[in-house]
Design a protein around this ligand. Sequence first.
Ligand SMILES: [Ca+2]
Ligand SMILES: [Ca+2]
Length: 377
Amino acid sequence: MSSESPLRALLLLTFTWLALESQDSRADDVSTVWVAANGTDDPACGAKSRPCRSISAGIANASRGDKVMVGPGKYGELNFDGDFTDPGEEQADPDSGCIICIQKSVRLLSTDGADVTVIESLGDLSDPRLTNTVLITADGAVFGSYRRGFTFVNPKPTALRVRGAAKVSIVGNVAVAGGASQSGVGFEIDPGPGTSLVADNVASHFVAANFFIGGPGQVHFIGNTAVRGSGNGFAFGGRGHFVARNSAANNITGFVVGCTACVVTGNVSSANLAFGMQIANDGSQGLAALQRNTIVGNAAGIQVRLEADARINNNDIYGNEMCGVRNESARVIDATGNYWGAATGPGPDPADQAGPGSACDFAGSVTIVAPFRSAPK
Ligand SMILES: [Ca+2]
Ligand SMILES: [Ca+2]
């Protein structure tokens, strides 16, 4: 090997880095708006040396495609007097139903991550029409990124709602319900056509669902956590979502798969009070594929509801109190290749019950469990 190669590689790297760097600084000059807790809102705020105080002002002063960088601290209702009209508070819009209204395709990121960037939406006397803390209606909007997200405290019924916006990216955020607010849904995502990304978010304690994912767009839904819901962890409607590596624990049901032609893979659903997963789609429109998930310690493993359809293969299903698969679909369900908690397949403890002779197949339903795995995946 010639001694030129490492040098050449280094030069290439250097040039690549220089190219990226100059692109970045160009971007910083013209297309980053800064928001910080020491800022002041006015029509010209947004330079790094003269940041805006509120996220709303940062968005107002940004152009389409711009990056809005938000420093650590508290945003939203700042003085707990029950309104959003004090200096530096978010410019809540009751007519649009949002405290932070993203109607422009901007990229909203925190400089230091969700841990230290809080959106407070308490406001006891505020308008009941303010049903969303954040409402995104602009195609291509970005809200958070890996270690660049936001934390919602005392969110309105919905912490973050996407309504019809296509190709959005919602990453790295935390939403915790409770306090004085009656909070329904943490993240409620109804994207427009095309693929959107929802990843690395956490929601807990919401009453209706920690996450609801609809359509008509497809969502790559990856690495999210739903814990301690008074309702369901993740609920999916729509069609064609890719649901991977998410975790649900201690909700009512962990995953409600009401979508058709969805792939649900590599997820963990544990210690939920009802089902680990519930298949609730319209089976005549296409089935859901459940592969390589871990479903343990729930009241029951997987429920397939009447007329729903799924293929359930290569999952670990054990330690659930009642049936591993409770088949009410009135269909034949392929549940081969799963591990049921014992080398001998489904059966009494330590295995989970499923399939013929188990009392888990209801009227007209048949669950095919053999061949099965004799050890966890
Ligand atoms: Ca106030
Ligand atoms: Ca006030």
